[in-house]
Design a protein around this ligand. Structure first.
Ligand code: GDP
Length: 389
């Protein structure tokens, strides 16, 4: 799939920068992207998105210093400058893309407020679907972040064609601060969505037997709402040959490279089913009740000789038995690698306790946030006359 990424705000800009970095290492390029922000320093920190594709908005309002976790200002500034954002997108070229993906942290200000506004305008202007990858704040980041995220997400689900969620709190380690975990979390995001979004493009592995086309990803996401992604990677397939990094290998952690196995013919199908089960039952980008998903897509990325039609078909049936709906698509994405990766996209999820919690926190916080905005010191209220009113 050919994707046009828009990184909105700090988190969005960093993550899109990583998608572009990943794409540059591929034999053919499928991704392009721009970064939009109200904070000049965040845009300066980006490395792989060209300078001309980094757009500073809201200069007259916040003078390049960011909106300071105020997503209402983020939304307003985006609406005011929507023409220059659309111009930046157009000048990068959109005629050959399959989808737009806006990436942002939903708990902050710029991306949180700007993403739903941009999604609405993109949908009005272009025929291609508009998706979002939204990052949920950890509760420990404070109630304001949860409130912002709940408000942004409630708006976004009605504007984007589908919203993928990644939950920072589910992915950070016990005792680790969210900030310390950013790099690792961003790796996880780019690894999963990189494989999913690149499906259907011709990889270094040649043409697959049951290739997943972009239209199958788009149809899986058609129901809207929120989606979550599972991922698992096999042990090394062919330990006797010299290790080649390849597409999937470049995202491996050192630990994962240690275990080596050799796949024989009969094993292939069983291995694929086990991998898909591990992807769906393991940690999802948004922990949720997978049995409440309406649609799913099963994607196997790996060397063509390790793909197995029976294995893919059986895994699709297994996924179908376990989700609410009956639409399960799937296939392979041939890449040159010593590993096989399984991606399970669970689309249009009805039940995610994390979202219920987030909305509860937000409802309980609403009054406090409104009060805090108008609150000023009462120390000087009485007694001494001011010089003038
Ligand atoms: P903005 O610049 O005003 O849009 O705000 P941010 O992008 O900093 O959004 C704040 C939210 O995003 C908070 O919940 C942060 O924890 C989260 N966040 C910021 N940077 C990163 C990052 O690099 N990775 C991840 N996973 N989350 C981030």
């Amino acid at each position: 799939m050919r994707v046009f990424f828009i990184g909105f705000g700090q988190a969005g800009g960093k993550i899109v920068d990583m998608f572009i970095e990943q794409d540059k290492k591929m034999p053919t390029q499928s991704f392009r992207g721009i970064a939009v922000n109200t904070a000049r320093t965040d845009l300066m920190g980006i490395k792989n998105i060209e300078l001309k594709d980094r757009l500073l908005i809201g200069q007259t309002v916040v003078k390049g210093h960011g909106v300071g976790t105020d997503n209402v200002t983020g939304a307003r500034v985006t609406a005011d400058e929507i023409d220059s954002i659309i111009n930046a997108i157009d000048s990068r070229g959109t005629h050959d893309i399959d989808a737009f993906v806006i990436v942002s942290g939903l708990g902050g200000g710029t991306g949180s407020g700007g993403t739903p506004v941009l999604a609405r305008h993109l949908k009005r202007i272009y025929r291609e679907p508009v998706y979002a990858i939204g990052i949920l704040p950890a509760p420990e980041e404070g109630r304001l972040y949860s409130y912002n995220a709940a408000r942004s997400l409630s708006t976004l689900v009605n504007e984007a064609d589908n919203t993928f969620l990644f939950d920072n709190s589910a992915w950070k380690n016990e005792g680790e601060s969210v900030k310390d975990a950013y790099n690792r979390l961003n790796d996880e995001i780019v690894r999963r969505f990189g494989v999913l979004f690149r499906a259907g493009e011709v990889g270094a592995g040649g043409v697959g037997e049951m290739v997943v086309d972009s239209s199958e990803i788009i149809n899986t996401l058609r129901g809207g709402g929120i989606s979550s992604v599972g991922y698992a990677i096999s042990e090394r397939i062919n330990p006797r040959t010299k290790q080649k990094q390849g597409f999937l290998g470049s995202f491996m952690k050192k630990k994962e490279k240690a275990e080596d196995v050799l796949l024989t013919g009969e094993d292939k199908s069983a291995k694929i089913i086990a991998l898909v089960r591990r992807a769906m039952l393991g940690r999802l980008t948004l922990p949720c009740d997978y049995s409440s998903a309406e649609r799913a897509l099963v994607l196997l990325a790996g060397p063509p000789q390790e793909m197995d039609r029976k294995g893919v078909e059986k895994s699709k049936s297994w996924v179908e038995e376990n989700i609410a709906g009956v639409e399960v698509r799937g296939g392979d994405y041939p890449v040159s690698s010593d590993y096989i990766a399984a991606v399970v996209l669970l689309a249009t999820i009805e039940n995610a306790p994390r979202i219920t919690d987030l909305l509860e926190i937000a409802k309980a916080t609403k009054e406090d946030v409104i009060r805090a905005k108008d609150k000023r010191s009462s120390m000087f209220d009485e007694g001494i006359e001011p010089l003038f009113e």
